[in-house]
Design a protein around this ligand. Sequence first.
Ligand SMILES: [Zn+2]
Length: 271
Amino acid sequence: MRSTPIYEVHAVKYAHLPRKAWEVQINPDPHDADFPMDYFVWVAIPLDESGNRLVGGKPIVIDTGFNAQVGAKRGREVKTNPADLLAHLDIDAREVEDVIITHLHYDHVGNWDRFPKARFHLQDKEMQFATGRHMCHGSFRHAYEVEDIVGMVRVLYGNRVVFHDGDEEIQPGISVHLIGGHTMGIQSVRVMTRNGWLVLASDASHYFWGVEQNKLFSIVFSVADMLAGYDTLKKLADGRIDMVVPGHDAEVCRRYPASKPGLEGVCVRLD
Ligand SMILES: [Zn+2]
Protein backbone atom coordinates (compact mmCIF):
# COMPACT_ATOMS: atom_id res chain seq x y z
CA MET A 1 0.00 0.00 0.00
CA ARG A 2 1.18 3.49 -0.84
CA SER A 3 2.01 5.57 2.23
CA THR A 4 1.05 8.96 0.79
CA PRO A 5 -2.18 9.52 -1.18
CA ILE A 6 -1.69 10.62 -4.78
CA TYR A 7 -3.44 13.25 -6.87
CA GLU A 8 -3.89 14.08 -10.52
CA VAL A 9 -2.93 17.69 -11.18
CA HIS A 10 -4.10 20.01 -13.94
CA ALA A 11 -3.30 23.53 -15.09
CA VAL A 12 -6.30 25.43 -16.45
CA LYS A 13 -5.44 28.35 -18.73
CA TYR A 14 -7.90 31.25 -18.80
CA ALA A 15 -5.97 34.17 -20.36
CA HIS A 16 -2.94 35.00 -22.46
CA LEU A 17 -0.70 38.04 -22.93
CA PRO A 18 2.13 38.61 -25.42
CA ARG A 19 5.23 39.76 -23.51
CA LYS A 20 8.80 40.71 -24.41
CA ALA A 21 11.86 40.00 -22.33
CA TRP A 22 12.26 43.64 -21.28
CA GLU A 23 8.77 43.55 -19.76
CA VAL A 24 9.33 40.51 -17.57
CA GLN A 25 13.03 40.22 -16.74
CA ILE A 26 15.53 42.13 -14.66
CA ASN A 27 18.61 42.34 -16.91
CA PRO A 28 16.60 41.17 -19.95
CA ASP A 29 17.83 39.09 -22.81
CA PRO A 30 19.55 41.53 -25.21
CA HIS A 31 17.92 39.76 -28.15
CA ASP A 32 14.55 40.95 -26.85
CA ALA A 33 13.05 37.49 -26.88
CA ASP A 34 9.29 36.88 -26.78
CA PHE A 35 8.09 35.46 -23.48
CA PRO A 36 4.31 35.12 -23.87
CA MET A 37 2.46 34.84 -20.60
CA ASP A 38 -0.42 32.50 -19.87
CA TYR A 39 -2.67 32.80 -16.83
CA PHE A 40 -3.61 29.64 -14.96
CA VAL A 41 -5.47 28.17 -12.05
CA TRP A 42 -4.53 24.68 -10.89
CA VAL A 43 -6.44 21.69 -9.53
CA ALA A 44 -5.37 18.64 -7.51
CA ILE A 45 -7.84 15.73 -7.51
CA PRO A 46 -7.38 12.76 -5.13
CA LEU A 47 -6.93 9.33 -6.72
CA ASP A 48 -7.43 5.82 -5.36
CA GLU A 49 -4.86 2.99 -5.37
CA SER A 50 -5.71 2.13 -8.97
CA GLY A 51 -5.28 5.67 -10.22
CA ASN A 52 -9.00 6.35 -10.60
CA ARG A 53 -10.64 9.33 -9.00
CA LEU A 54 -11.24 8.57 -5.34
CA VAL A 55 -14.96 8.11 -4.67
CA GLY A 56 -16.01 11.02 -2.46
CA GLY A 57 -12.56 12.64 -2.93
CA LYS A 58 -12.57 16.41 -2.84
CA PRO A 59 -10.61 18.47 -5.35
CA ILE A 60 -8.37 21.25 -4.09
CA VAL A 61 -8.22 24.38 -6.25
CA ILE A 62 -5.06 26.45 -6.30
CA ASP A 63 -5.72 30.13 -7.08
CA THR A 64 -8.86 31.58 -8.63
CA GLY A 65 -7.66 33.86 -11.47
CA PHE A 66 -9.27 37.17 -12.43
CA ASN A 67 -12.61 37.93 -14.07
CA ALA A 68 -13.46 39.62 -17.40
CA GLN A 69 -14.02 43.06 -15.81
CA VAL A 70 -10.65 43.18 -14.10
CA GLY A 71 -9.06 41.72 -17.23
CA ALA A 72 -10.57 44.48 -19.39
CA LYS A 73 -9.35 47.15 -16.97
CA ARG A 74 -5.83 45.72 -17.17
CA GLY A 75 -5.82 44.97 -20.92
CA ARG A 76 -6.09 41.17 -20.61
CA GLU A 77 -8.97 39.26 -22.16
CA VAL A 78 -10.86 36.56 -20.25
CA LYS A 79 -13.23 34.67 -22.58
CA THR A 80 -14.45 32.23 -19.93
CA ASN A 81 -14.16 32.75 -16.20
CA PRO A 82 -11.69 30.25 -14.71
CA ALA A 83 -14.33 29.17 -12.16
CA ASP A 84 -16.48 28.06 -15.12
CA LEU A 85 -13.55 26.37 -16.91
CA LEU A 86 -13.28 23.96 -13.94
CA ALA A 87 -16.38 22.23 -15.34
CA HIS A 88 -14.07 20.71 -17.99
CA LEU A 89 -12.63 18.66 -15.10
CA ASP A 90 -16.09 17.94 -13.65
CA ILE A 91 -15.58 20.38 -10.80
CA ASP A 92 -18.30 22.76 -9.61
CA ALA A 93 -16.68 25.86 -8.08
CA ARG A 94 -19.70 26.30 -5.78
CA GLU A 95 -18.95 22.97 -4.10
CA VAL A 96 -15.18 23.33 -3.66
CA GLU A 97 -14.20 23.22 0.01
CA ASP A 98 -10.51 24.12 -0.08
CA VAL A 99 -8.79 26.80 -2.16
CA ILE A 100 -5.10 27.54 -1.74
CA ILE A 101 -4.24 31.14 -2.60
CA THR A 102 -0.57 31.32 -3.52
CA HIS A 103 -0.58 35.10 -3.13
CA LEU A 104 -3.08 37.96 -3.31
CA HIS A 105 -2.15 39.50 -6.68
CA TYR A 106 -5.21 40.25 -8.84
CA ASP A 107 -4.53 37.34 -11.20
CA HIS A 108 -4.53 34.78 -8.35
CA VAL A 109 -7.37 35.76 -6.00
CA GLY A 110 -10.07 37.42 -8.16
CA ASN A 111 -13.19 35.22 -8.37
CA TRP A 112 -12.93 34.35 -4.66
CA ASP A 113 -16.68 35.08 -4.62
CA ARG A 114 -17.29 32.17 -7.03
CA PHE A 115 -16.26 29.71 -4.27
CA PRO A 116 -18.92 30.31 -1.58
CA LYS A 117 -18.19 27.16 0.45
CA ALA A 118 -14.41 27.30 0.32
CA ARG A 119 -11.84 27.80 3.03
CA PHE A 120 -8.99 29.91 1.66
CA HIS A 121 -5.47 28.87 2.63
CA LEU A 122 -3.12 31.84 2.82
CA GLN A 123 0.22 32.71 4.37
CA ASP A 124 0.23 35.13 7.33
CA LYS A 125 2.91 37.18 5.60
CA GLU A 126 0.87 37.67 2.43
CA MET A 127 -2.10 39.18 4.28
CA GLN A 128 0.35 41.30 6.26
CA PHE A 129 2.00 42.47 3.05
CA ALA A 130 -1.24 43.29 1.21
CA THR A 131 -2.75 45.23 4.12
CA GLY A 132 0.33 46.86 5.64
CA ARG A 133 2.92 49.55 5.14
CA HIS A 134 4.45 48.21 1.92
CA MET A 135 1.20 49.06 0.08
CA CYS A 136 2.16 52.72 0.52
CA HIS A 137 4.38 52.09 -2.52
CA GLY A 138 2.67 52.05 -5.88
CA SER A 139 5.21 49.62 -7.28
CA PHE A 140 4.17 46.99 -4.72
CA ARG A 141 0.48 47.94 -4.83
CA HIS A 142 -0.16 47.87 -8.55
CA ALA A 143 -0.54 44.08 -8.89
CA TYR A 144 -3.18 44.00 -6.13
CA GLU A 145 -6.88 44.86 -6.59
CA VAL A 146 -8.25 46.57 -3.51
CA GLU A 147 -11.66 44.89 -3.92
CA ASP A 148 -9.99 41.47 -3.80
CA ILE A 149 -8.10 42.37 -0.64
CA VAL A 150 -11.24 43.78 0.99
CA GLY A 151 -13.04 40.64 -0.17
CA MET A 152 -10.45 38.43 1.50
CA VAL A 153 -10.88 40.42 4.73
CA ARG A 154 -14.65 39.81 4.49
CA VAL A 155 -13.98 36.09 3.95
CA LEU A 156 -11.72 36.19 7.01
CA TYR A 157 -14.54 37.72 9.08
CA GLY A 158 -16.76 34.94 7.77
CA ASN A 159 -14.26 32.54 9.35
CA ARG A 160 -13.19 31.04 6.03
CA VAL A 161 -9.48 31.91 5.92
CA VAL A 162 -6.93 29.36 7.15
CA PHE A 163 -3.60 31.01 7.85
CA HIS A 164 -0.28 29.27 7.41
CA ASP A 165 3.13 30.35 8.60
CA GLY A 166 5.87 28.67 6.58
CA ASP A 167 5.52 25.03 5.51
CA GLU A 168 2.31 23.19 6.39
CA GLU A 169 0.42 20.12 5.25
CA ILE A 170 -3.10 20.86 3.99
CA GLN A 171 -3.95 17.15 3.95
CA PRO A 172 -1.80 14.06 3.35
CA GLY A 173 0.01 14.42 0.01
CA ILE A 174 -0.49 18.17 -0.38
CA SER A 175 1.35 20.97 1.42
CA VAL A 176 2.08 24.68 1.16
CA HIS A 177 5.54 26.25 1.40
CA LEU A 178 6.35 29.88 2.08
CA ILE A 179 8.77 31.06 -0.61
CA GLY A 180 8.65 34.89 -0.67
CA GLY A 181 10.62 36.92 -3.20
CA HIS A 182 7.94 37.91 -5.72
CA THR A 183 5.75 39.06 -2.81
CA MET A 184 6.42 38.90 0.91
CA GLY A 185 4.13 35.94 1.49
CA ILE A 186 3.91 33.97 -1.74
CA GLN A 187 3.61 30.22 -1.18
CA SER A 188 4.12 27.29 -3.54
CA VAL A 189 2.24 23.99 -3.38
CA ARG A 190 3.68 20.47 -3.34
CA VAL A 191 1.50 17.55 -4.41
CA MET A 192 2.22 13.81 -4.42
CA THR A 193 1.50 12.30 -7.86
CA ARG A 194 2.01 8.97 -9.64
CA ASN A 195 5.37 10.43 -10.73
CA GLY A 196 6.49 11.66 -7.32
CA TRP A 197 6.39 15.14 -5.82
CA LEU A 198 5.11 17.82 -8.19
CA VAL A 199 5.70 21.45 -7.24
CA LEU A 200 3.30 24.15 -8.38
CA ALA A 201 5.62 27.13 -8.10
CA SER A 202 2.97 29.70 -9.03
CA ASP A 203 4.78 33.05 -9.22
CA ALA A 204 7.76 31.89 -7.17
CA SER A 205 8.95 31.11 -10.74
CA HIS A 206 6.82 32.77 -13.43
CA TYR A 207 8.69 31.05 -16.26
CA PHE A 208 10.85 27.96 -16.69
CA TRP A 209 13.84 30.31 -16.95
CA GLY A 210 13.36 31.30 -13.32
CA VAL A 211 13.90 27.98 -11.62
CA GLU A 212 16.02 26.56 -14.47
CA GLN A 213 18.38 29.51 -14.99
CA ASN A 214 17.99 31.61 -11.81
CA LYS A 215 16.82 34.61 -13.86
CA LEU A 216 14.83 37.28 -12.07
CA PHE A 217 11.25 38.29 -12.82
CA SER A 218 10.68 42.04 -12.92
CA ILE A 219 8.04 42.29 -10.15
CA VAL A 220 9.93 41.50 -6.98
CA PHE A 221 9.73 42.28 -3.26
CA SER A 222 13.04 40.58 -2.35
CA VAL A 223 15.62 39.52 -4.92
CA ALA A 224 17.46 37.45 -2.30
CA ASP A 225 14.29 35.53 -1.40
CA MET A 226 13.41 35.03 -5.07
CA LEU A 227 16.80 33.42 -5.74
CA ALA A 228 16.71 31.32 -2.55
CA GLY A 229 13.17 30.35 -3.54
CA TYR A 230 14.39 28.76 -6.78
CA ASP A 231 16.61 26.47 -4.71
CA THR A 232 13.73 25.66 -2.36
CA LEU A 233 11.48 24.74 -5.29
CA LYS A 234 14.10 22.30 -6.59
CA LYS A 235 14.53 20.74 -3.14
CA LEU A 236 10.77 20.33 -2.77
CA ALA A 237 10.75 18.45 -6.09
CA ASP A 238 13.48 16.11 -4.78
CA GLY A 239 15.96 17.75 -7.18
CA ARG A 240 13.82 16.96 -10.24
CA ILE A 241 13.56 20.29 -12.00
CA ASP A 242 11.11 18.80 -14.51
CA MET A 243 8.64 18.41 -11.62
CA VAL A 244 8.53 22.17 -10.97
CA VAL A 245 5.70 23.90 -12.85
CA PRO A 246 6.05 27.68 -13.33
CA GLY A 247 3.17 30.10 -12.82
CA HIS A 248 2.83 31.87 -16.17
CA ASP A 249 4.97 30.26 -18.87
CA ALA A 250 3.10 29.76 -22.17
CA GLU A 251 5.47 26.82 -22.66
CA VAL A 252 3.43 24.84 -20.05
CA CYS A 253 0.69 24.13 -22.60
CA ARG A 254 3.32 22.80 -25.01
CA ARG A 255 5.28 20.65 -22.54
CA TYR A 256 2.26 18.88 -21.03
CA PRO A 257 -0.55 16.89 -22.69
CA ALA A 258 -4.18 17.97 -22.79
CA SER A 259 -6.17 16.77 -19.77
CA LYS A 260 -8.70 15.21 -22.19
CA PRO A 261 -9.04 15.17 -25.96
CA GLY A 262 -10.48 18.49 -27.08
CA LEU A 263 -8.97 20.48 -24.20
CA GLU A 264 -5.69 21.26 -25.96
CA GLY A 265 -4.45 24.69 -24.93
CA VAL A 266 -7.04 24.97 -22.13
CA CYS A 267 -6.44 22.19 -19.58
CA VAL A 268 -3.18 20.26 -19.39
CA ARG A 269 -2.33 17.36 -17.12
CA LEU A 270 0.85 18.02 -15.14
CA ASP A 271 1.44 14.65 -13.47
ZN1 LIG B 1 0.66 35.93 -11.42
